[in-house]
Design a protein around this ligand. Structure first.
Ligand code: NOJ
Length: 513
């Protein structure tokens, strides 16, 4: 793997900074909290950190509404705090990715304030403005994911036009068809690359290109958020420019794009045969039912669509936008088996902080709801310690997840049977084995109903077996093979007994290895 860029064999760990660790007792996490726990992340065994947005923001979408791309919000610290974090991370071999939000700014961004000030302001065309339709109607039928699917348009009384916002009205879409916008956004990348940042997760990057005709979508799609439908070839052209900026820096800097589209087959275009994104998320598998056949289909589809040379796949089960997979799958056994799946598939896995503790979403009472998109539950603070506060003041910005007395870092580090230790063993297994980190994947045929199995090979070999149903099944492993990791921890280091219980997964090593 040494000739491959680091991000092909890495495991990326997503940090939602508000909820990771609070060192100043204000109930909100900050950069110093991340810095204080780097040794823990090294102990866990991840390779790179992706920080959700930390830039100055009015926080109407908790940082995905950026008011200044080149500074740090005081909630999280200062530029000096970020530099110190990056330096300490690099000293430990951890890379750091920031969350770049190129498709829209905050309505508080000086660019939008200027754009809105008059029709002839030089920044007017940096955003997407349109005249009202007949009778003052919105310019088209596009909808947002929120406000019950309300229109993507808000009318500006002063200048008599609507502005486009694929998300909240306080998140106006940038006009990437204006070359000045392209150059200004490239400069924001250079600002962080010059500071030694290893790359970016690029928010809804498939939504930067738009056909200036802004035509209606067919009526049957009018309730689908437009951001999940927009698949415009102009974006690919913009990605080439972005790629050139990033690739001009040494050290395999990279961009992983949030391409939030409804079909996996739409995703490879954004890699553009190595000229576009370095990596792209592929979200449809995240929503699969817990069924062997469904996952087999997703793995086959990925193998057919993603070219390992220049469209290396990615896998993710949880993030800050959707219920955690522990909550979705409904049991600890399934969540643990799913971790074996995530960390043994062919592609770069993304972990969401707290999944390694088996966290469920917090129950957030109506009076404590703060997110306009109803996503507070999966953003609850990480419980660090056994004591009653778990590392947070009595009232953190969100309630803690359920069962924090058992699901906290301190308790789980002390318990070898914990989910935290399972993730650690899985990460070590990947790190020590080229087959798991980057080898080929060959699906096994003829397994019992409800069992998915595949062989990973790259000189060395591993066999992965996952049982998606209840009850015990007999599964042919390799003769004499040894259990390297088991989702329930049982039998590790011993010869595989040829059976799998309910929702159990194993990684097997050949007898001779
Ligand atoms: C996707 C981000 O993950 C989400 O949190 C955000 O609300 C939207 N993009 C808008 O930026």
């Amino acid at each position: 793997m040494s000739d491959q860029p680091w991000w092909k064999s890495a495991v990326v760990y997503q940090i939602y900074p508000r909820s990771f660790a609070d060192t100043n007792g204000d109930g909100v996490g900050e950069l110093a909290g991340i810095r204080a726990h780097l040794d823990h992340l090294v102990w866990l065994g991840v390779d790179a950190l992706w920080l959700s947005p930390i830039f100055p923001s009015p926080m109407r979408d908790f940082g995905y509404d950026v008011a200044d791309y080149c500074d740090i919000d005081p909630t999280f610290g200062t530029l000096a705090d970020l530099d110190a974090l990056v330096e300490d991370a690099h000293a430990r071999g951890l890379r750091v990715l920031l969350d770049w939000v190129p498709a829209h700014t905050s309505s508080d961004h000086p660019w939008f304030v200027a754009s809105r000030s008059s029709r002839d302001n030089p920044r007017r065309d940096w955003y997407v403005w349109r005249d009202p339709g007949p009778g003052g109607a919105v310019p088209n039928n596009w909808t947002t994911p929120w406000s019950e699917g309300g229109p993507t348009w808000t009318f500006d009384e002063r200048t008599g036009q609507y502005w486009l916002h694929s998300f909240l009205s306080e998140q106006p879409d940038l006009n990437w068809e204006n070359p000045e916008v392209v150059e200004a956004m490239h400069d924001t990348l250079r600002f962080w690359l010059d500071r030694g940042i290893d790359g970016f997760r690029a928010d809804v990057i498939h939504n930067i290109g738009k056909d200036p005709a802004l035509a209606d979508v067919p009526a049957h799609q009018a309730k689908v958020p437009h951001c999940a439908l927009n698949h415009d070839p102009r974006t690919i052209g913009h990605l080439r420019g972005i790629r050139a900026v990033v690739d001009a820096y040494p050290g395999d800097r990279m961009i992983v794009g949030e391409v939030f589209l409804t079909e996996t087959k739409q995703v490879p275009a954004y890699y553009d045969s190595g000229r576009g994104l370095h990596l792209s998320f592929n979200f449809p598998p995240m929503f699969l039912p817990w069924e062997a056949a469904a996952w087999r289909g997703a793995i086959e589809e990925a193998a057919a669509l993603f070219d390992p040379e220049d469209a290396w796949p990615t896998w993710v089960l949880s993030n800050h936008d959707w219920p955690r997979h522990r909550t979705r799958l409904g049991s600890e056994a399934r969540a643990r088996a799913a971790a074996v799946l995530l960390l043994t598939l062919r592609g770069t896995p993304f972990l969401y902080m707290g999944e390694e503790l088996g966290l469920e979403d917090a129950a957030v009472p109506p009076e404590r709801v703060v997110d306009p998109g109803g996503r507070d539950g999966c953003r609850a603070p990480i419980p660090w310690t056994r004591d009653s506060g778990h590392g947070w003041p009595p009232r953190a910005w969100l309630p803690l997840p359920p069962d924090a007395a058992a699901r906290n870092v301190q308790a789980q580090r002390d318990a070898p049977s914990s989910t935290l230790h399972l993730y650690r063993r899985l990460l070590a297994a990947r790190r020590n084995c080229d087959a798991l980190a980057s080898g080929s994947l060959h699906l096994l045929d003829g397994l019992p109903d409800g069992v998915l199995g595949y062989r990973r090979s790259a000189g060395d070999e591993r066999l992965v077996l996952i049982h998606f149903q209840s009850g015990e099944v007999a599964v042919p492993g390799w003769p004499g093979s040894v259990v390297e990791v088991a989702s329930d921890g049982r039998g590790e280091g011993e010869t595989f007994d040829g059976t799998l219980g309910s929702d159990r997964a194993v990684i097997l090593k050949p007898a001779t290895s």
